[in-house]
Design a protein around this ligand. Structure first.
Ligand code: SF4
Length: 259
């Protein structure tokens, strides 16, 4: 990792756009990993995803969504029953609280519907700015940047911004990309963070962004060691895209859950 990385604003914008294009090719399957079919379901799933994997949330939600299809159903939910249904996602007492209060607020203030504006969404129980952007981008088609832990780590590794406050990161990175690309960019960055550029040992030697990344070398650069770190069902495709022999990716990596 270099500490003497300098770049003009124009240079950074160009590199950011190149990173965006490589991510588009690297993760053609990028999408919101929380299963949902409407704004209410996505709001609920996002609340459940705090401190929990998306996979676990997706295991719980089919039964939950069938039992509570409307905001009014959460508003009038039997607490013990709701707690039991969402228990596997952890922190289930707090989450139950948020879901009941969310249902009540939607019924009282928005006629039972999830509003499509950031200013309204952030006033709802359990919904912060990050969650609101996820909802806007994926349920309303309004471009939004989701600054989660993966997004923060990666844009810092790429030196796209030195900001540490999520709202400032959102604005700084947003300025580097066309607005229409924000939602998909967020999914692709998060996909890369979950499958390649891990917090502890990023797979630098099997990363399609190696040439554009000032933090290349933070993780192993040797292809065989790096290939072992790739995760998810497309781990072998990810290796091939980075010019690494897909056979170096062990079977466990392919079946491993992306964190
Ligand atoms: S080169 Fe390494 S640090 Fe840079 S994006 Fe790839 S995995 Fe992350």
């Amino acid at each position: 990792m270099t500490t003497s990385f300098t770049e003009t604003d124009l240079g950074r914008t160009r590199r950011a756009r190149r990173i965006g294009r490589v991510l588009t090719e690297t993760h053609p399957d990028a999408h919101c990993e929380l299963n949902h079919s409407n704004a209410l379901e996505l709001s609920v799933a996002t609340i459940l995803s705090a401190q929990c994997t998306d996979k676990k949330v997706n295991e719980v939600t089919p039964k939950l969504f069938a039992r509570y299809p409307r905001a009014a159903d959460y508003a009038g939910a039997d607490r013990a029953e709701l707690e039991e249904l969402i228990r596997p996602t952890g922190f289930y007492r707090n989450k139950t609280d948020s879901l009941i209060k969310l249902g009540q607020a939607l019924v009282e203030r928005y006629d039972g519907r999830v509003p499509g504006k950031l200013a309204d969404l952030v006033t709802l129980p359990g919904i912060g700015r990050k969650t609101a952007n996820v909802i806007l981008g994926n349920a309303f088609g309004v471009p939004g940047i989701t600054v989660d832990t993966h997004f923060q780590r990666l844009v810092h590794r790429w030196r796209l911004t030195t900001e540490t406050d999520p709202v400032k990161i959102e604005h700084a990175v947003g300025a580097l990309f066309p607005k229409r690309d924000w939602t998909m960019l967020s999914h692709r960055v998060i996909f890369h963070g979950r499958r390649v550029c891990h917090a502890r040992k990023p797979a630098c030697g099997a990363c399609t962004l190696a040439k554009l990344c000032p933090s290349y070398g933070t993780g192993p650069t040797e292809p065989a060691a790096a290939a072992k770190l790739l995760k998810g069902p497309r781990a072998r495709d990810l290796a091939a895209a980075a010019g690494v022999d897909p056979e170096l990716v062990p079977v466990q990596a392919v079946v491993a859950e992306a964190p």
